[in-house]
Design a protein around this ligand. Structure first.
Ligand code: GDP
Length: 201
């Protein structure tokens, strides 16, 4: 799929104020600093569309970007930023959970995982919670350019092994780099295939 048009629509902290209408939404989430803004900019080919964070963990906003005038990329707040403090963390959790549980237009949630790290409890707990709530999701490993291929596959296999303990069937997963655009075609093709299946209903 080609992205010919990408525009920022609205930011808010309240799921009730998200755009009306029935366009499908593909939401992106992950720990603060996982590379979410860079990924959105890489996918859309628009460098400054999502704000890469000079101050990680600061934003609590749900950002809607309209793509090709027919579907949305939704940039959700990052989770797990310890410096935000307990109260801030709880506030973020409420915003994230209400979007994920209430937003009927959300078609797939992409959970971003830093491919450089060993499996993190916070990410595994989050995907477990998604499962308990029957939320459709896929995994996106980020920053793949930062590792040699052997190390990259070791880390990814380790993560998939952990996921297999939670799931009978693994969720779809993508290996990406915003630096060299690895995984871009695969991810956009996946979104396109879902859009097509929704249109044919
Ligand atoms: P966010 O907080 O999840 O939105 O993360 P950002 O997109 O702001 O990225 C956090 C940091 O990681 C920034 O310094 C980015 O330049 C860097 N980064 C993000 N994605 C990649 C990637 O694919 N490769 C490399 N080498 N660095 C990345």
């Amino acid at each position: 799929m080609n992205i010919t048009n990408a525009e920022f629509v609205i930011s808010n902290t309240d799921v009730q104020k998200c755009p009306a209408g029935t366009f499908p939404e593909y939401a992106f989430i992950g720990r603060s600093n996982v590379g979410k803004s860079s990924l959105i900019n890489m996918l859309t080919g628009r460098k400054g569309l999502a704000m890469t964070s000079a101050t990680p963990g600061k934003t609590m906003l749900i950002n809607h970007f309209l793509i090709n005038k027919s579907w949305y990329i939704v940039d959700l707040p990052g989770y797990g930023y310890a410096k935000r403090g307990q109260k801030g963390q709880e506030q973020i959790k409420r915003i994230i959970e209400s979007y994920i549980l209430q937003r009927e237009q959300m078609t797939c949630l992409f959970v971003l995982i830093d491919s450089r790290l060993a499996p993190q409890a916070i990410d595994l707990e989050f995907t477990e919670w998604l499962g308990e709530n029957s939320i459709p999701f896929a995994i996106v490993f980020t920053k793949a350019d930062k590792l040699k291929s052997g190390r990259l596959s070791t880390n990814i296999n380790e993560y998939l092994k952990q996921l297999k303990e939670q799931w009978e069937e693994l969720p779809p997963y993508f290996i990406t780099s915003s630096e060299n655009r690895m995984g871009r075609k695969e991810l956009l093709d996946y979104i396109e295939s879902i859009n097509k299946s929704l249109n044919s209903k």
